[in-house]
Design a binder for this molecule. Structure first.
Ligand code: HEM
Ligand code: HEM
Length: 127
């Protein structure tokens, strides 16, 4: 059975793929300015992965966290995980109710998760 580092990396890569469509759209808008249909096809394909991958991410990150620390305690990893769960919940709620404020929260918690990931990665024992 793979160790905690494997699950940690699968989590980190999942987070990367989940935010990639957002980044690619803006990269194109401000820098690339391409009209290549394959570029948009790739973004569309990444979006089809979004919901299942968000759910897989939430499970894999939990396995990673429990493998390393066993149980909940105050730690950068658990703070990050709380933010990830809120991101997934607001994503699911937006999908269900299609309300703009919920989508804002989804993006807000995504940003919080990215920042907390950087803290967790570079200073795992900061708190
Ligand atoms: C569920 C709560 C979590 C806990 C308790 C936790 C705990 C830990 C701990 C203790 C380490 C080892 C730090 C060290 O000694 O170097 C670690 C490493 C790591 N964590 Fe987490 N973590 C959690 C969630 C996450 C999440 C959500 C992600 C990704 C988005 C993540 C990604 C990583 C990565 C990439 C590493 C480095 C693995 C390596 O050593 O190669 N963790 N985590
Ligand atoms: C937990 C990790 C997740 C992250 C980091 C994340 C991140 C994002 C980001 C950055 C966007 C903005 C896309 C844009 O404005 O172009 C977005 C959109 C969206 N997310 Fe998530 N998300 C996650 C999980 C989920 C889950 C679990 C669901 C639903 C079950 C979901 C549903 C949606 C929907 C419906 C949209 C808008 C439509 C679209 O752009 O595809 N997300 N997400």
């Amino acid at each position: 059975m793979p160790g905690f580092a494997f699950y940690g990396w699968v989590s980190a890569i999942s987070l990367g793929i989940l935010v990639l469509p957002y980044l690619l759209v803006r990269l194109n808008k401000y820098v690339l300015k391409t009209k290549n249909p394959n570029y948009f096809k790739a973004i569309k394909w990444l979006r089809t992965l979004h919901k299942p991958l968000g759910i897989v991410f939430t499970v894999v990150a939990l396995i990673h966290g429990i493998m390393v620390l066993g149980a909940f305690r105050l730690h950068t990893g658990w703070l990050l995980y709380i933010s990830v769960v809120l991101t997934a919940l607001t994503g699911g709620a937006f999908y269900r109710f299609k309300k703009k404020p919920i989508f804002m929260w989804h993006k807000f918690f995504t940003l919080a998760s990215v920042i907390l990931f950087l803290l967790h990665f570079f200073r795992p024992y900061a708190i």
